[in-house]
Design a protein around this ligand. Structure first.
Ligand SMILES: [Zn+2]
Length: 146
């Protein structure tokens, strides 16, 4: 039985495919040899966002933010800590909506910060506003049925 999953490399954006059981070992990218999970939110472009959402064997959480947004800046350390704890079971991304306006437009982001959760390439939940870490963990767990 082959139970393979895909993950996109945070550094070179190569799509890697491997046995799901190896996820716990945090495999290295076949191309650039960097770890596929780096215990931090990955900043992505518009195209990188689509690539991750479409090719992640784990749920994907996205923080839509902007450099001029005070609440976004204060939320950043919470999100970083979330990523550190949630990986490798959740891929955490962040999108600067000022630099990547197409991404925000595609998902109809009207206020920031907005968090979106995707599973198997589909949106399962979204929320506007920052949350403290325990509530963030609870929100994600609730929508993933974990
Ligand atoms: Zn790579």
């Amino acid at each position: 039985m082959t139970d393979k999953i895909r993950l996109v490399c945070p550094d070179c954006e190569t799509i890697n495919q491997f046995q799901a059981a190896r996820l716990a070992e945090n495999p290295a990218c076949a191309k650039c040899k960097q770890r596929l999970m780096q215990a931090r939110p990955v900043a992505v472009s518009d195209s990188g966002l689509a690539r991750h959402i479409g090719n992640s064997g784990v749920p994907v959480l996205v923080d839509f933010w902007a450099p001029w947004c005070g609440p976004c800046i204060s939320f950043a350390p919470t999100y970083a800590e979330f990523a550190q704890r949630a990986e490798p079971h959740i891929r955490c991304l962040k999108v600067d909506t000022e630099a990547q306006q197409a991404a925000g437009a595609r998902y109809g982001i009207r206020s920031i910060p907005t968090l979106m959760l995707f599973k198997d390439g589909k949106e399962v939940a979204r929320m506007s506003g920052a949350l403290p870490l325990p509530q963030l963990q609870q929100w994600v767990a609730q929508h993933l049925g974990a």
